[in-house]
Write a protein that binds this ligand. Structure first.
Ligand code: DQA
Length: 146
């Protein structure tokens, strides 16, 4: 199982950005946790972070032949990027949308996800464990291309 992980805008600040909402784990530590958790389940991962909508679409495109599953935290793009939504659909990948915080319990604009309809699962509110649960979900439920 090959899993592509994409972190969206402002997630490079993790650890110092609004820790009450996003915790104290840095992006470097989060990626290390993701890699360890995946390796223990026999999955390979590629982790990327970008602050740019077009760059996220390019990363998805460039890795879509390699990946069996996509785990994406679209960050603020969650709430309005039809371009990322279309790219996920176009890639044909089984995608899991993840959020560190529980977007359903925050400001009204965060309750809307335009990404959710093109994903097989949305996992939110578990901090770093949102990503680890997404790996478990992908390993259990997504078929490899073999
Ligand atoms: C987030 C929630 C988004 O609303 C926000 O813009 C983020 C992070 C989360 O992981 O909880 O940047 O996706």
């Amino acid at each position: 199982m090959n899993i592509l992980v994409i972190h969206g805008p402002n997630l490079h600040w993790l650890g110092k950005r609004e820790p009450a909402a996003y915790g104290h784990t840095t992006l470097k530590t989060l990626n290390a946790l993701i890699k360890k958790h995946s390796a223990a389940r026999g999955a390979k991962v590629r982790c990327f972070q970008s602050n740019c909508e077009g760059a996220i679409i390019d990363l998805l495109t460039a890795n879509s032949a390699w990946a069996d599953a996509l785990i994406i935290n679209p960050a603020a793009y969650t709430h309005y990027s039809y371009a990322i939504r279309d790219a996920i659909k176009a890639s044909g990948l089984s995608a899991v949308e993840v959020h560190l915080s529980d977007i359903s319990k925050r400001e009204p604009f965060r309750k809307v996800s335009v990404i959710k309809p093109v994903c097989v699962k949305q996992i939110k509110g578990l901090g770093a464990d949102s990503y680890l649960s997404a790996i478990d979900f992908a390993v259990k439920n997504v078929k490899t291309r073999g």
